[in-house]
Design a protein. Structure first.
Ligand code: PLP
Length: 386
């Protein structure tokens, strides 16, 4: 009865842990990447105004032109990307909408797509859905969960079509040094690869560095689709709004496809997104500063636990400690931690084969929860070494 594609898509393993934790008393849920902030008031007000002013109807499939103009200004101001709002930007249903549309437009059956591992589970899922073959590039702990551009070379074949990059990375918090990103760009140009750059966590830098979009490097704009999300930056996970910028040949196809899927993202969320980028950015700054402090607390706490090796993340809001010293598979360890301490983490193997031996811990929660989790882990984990 069901189409074959149902067999190639497996449910997210993150949800498995999240569901196991549900209803448990005393559980500290550190699984899902959900900022614990409210959407800033000026954005909520803009959305309410949009309803009252009648922005309640279909819009253009690419999104309202004034919204795309505001996004083009943001791209110029913050990402050093010049884009024509009429032809090179599409508003999508979250960053996820951008990811799927870009894959559908670019990946043919038989194409290979290089994607980061450990990585965001939807990256390989979308490739598989399109009949492509995912080829994992390992993000290495000793490189701050990045890769060296030269590591790409042996993975490139005559079937390689697309390279997915995601910095800051989910689940590791990894970032890539500018020099390496420049080399990645050179390799993409030499091998005529299209790059899909997932910049959902662009603002979440805890290493003091400014965001750097690969599309802003020489020769890259014409071969890169960059996707952004309002979910994390403005704490708008439920509003389902994001956007892509890229060459008009690709963006126009994404728009055409979107017409047949969701038509366009909700008009009210589009107006909220316009207000978000045009408005004061103090709330974003405060949130990022809060996350930076939390990163320091959790890094210091976990590093002091016997058996844990942790490279401090350069961004996002996850830590990815190496727990291989305990000699227990990451899934079993995550289950043990849930059952014996109530700390709910995600097993590293949920994020790809190179995630085994690690746990992902989300620190988008209060200092009290973080400190309590560290205390529970500290009084439990070292016993596993005995
Ligand atoms: C790396 C990455 N990309 C894209 C997304 C999709 O975000 P959204 O669809 O909420 O914009 C997420 C969400 O967690 C993510 O972690």
């Amino acid at each position: 009865m069901l189409a074959k594609r149902n067999q190639v898509i497996t449910p997210s393993e993150i949800r498995k842990m999240f569901n196991m934790a549900k209803g448990r008393e005393n559980a500290l849920d550190m699984t899902v990447g959900l900022p614990d902030f409210e959407t800033p008031q000026y954005i909520k007000d803009a959305a309410k105004r949009a309803i009252d002013e009648g922005y309640t109807k279909y819009t253009l499939n690419a999104g309202m032109i004034e919204v795309r103009e505001a996004l083009a200004e943001k791209l110029k101001r913050e990402n050093n990307i010049e884009a024509d709002p009429k032809t090179e930007i599409v508003c999508t249903g979250g960053g996820m909408g951008s990811l799927l549309l870009a894959n559908l437009v670019l990946v043919d059956p038989g194409n290979q797509v290089i994607y980061p591992d450990p990585g965001f589970v939807s990256h390989p899922a979308h490739v598989t859905l399109c009949g492509g073959e995912g080829v994992a590039i390992q993000l290495k702990r000793d490189l701050g969960f990045s890769f060296e551009a030269d590591d790409l070379k042996p993975l490139i074949t005559d079937k390689t079509k697309l390279l997915v990059v995601n910095f800051p990375n989910n689940p590791t918090g990894g970032t890539i040094p500018r020099k390496q990103l420049e080399k990645v760009a050179e390799i993409a140009i030499e091998n005529e690869l299209v790059v899909l750059s997932d910049e959902a966590y662009e603002k979440f830098r805890s290493d003091g560095e400014k965001p750097l979009s690969i599309a802003s490097l020489p020769g890259m704009k014409e071969r890169t689709v960059t996707l952004f999300s309002f979910s994390k930056t403005y704490a708008m996970t439920g509003w389902r709004i994001g956007f892509s910028v890229g060459p008009s040949e690709i963006i126009s196809r994404m728009v055409k496809l979107q017409e047949h899927v969701i038509s366009m993202p909700t008009s009210i969320s589009q107006k909220a997104a316009e207000a978000a980028v045009n408005g004061p950015q103090d709330s974003v700054k405060n949130m990022i500063e809060t996350f930076r402090k939390r990163r320091d607390i959790i890094t210091k706490g976990l590093q002091s636990i016997e058996g844990i090796e942790l490279t401090p993340p350069g961004g996002a809001f996850y830590v990815f400690p190496d727990v291989s010293a305990y000699g227990i598979a990451s899934w079993d360890l995550a289950v043990k931690l849930l059952e014996d301490t109530g700390v709910v983490t995600v097993h590293g193997s949920a994020f790809g084969k190179y995630g085994e031996g690690f746990l992902r811990i989300c620190y988008a929660m209060s200092n009290e929860v973080i400190e309590e989790a560290i205390q529970r882990l500290d009084s439990y984990l070292p016993n596993l070494l005995k």
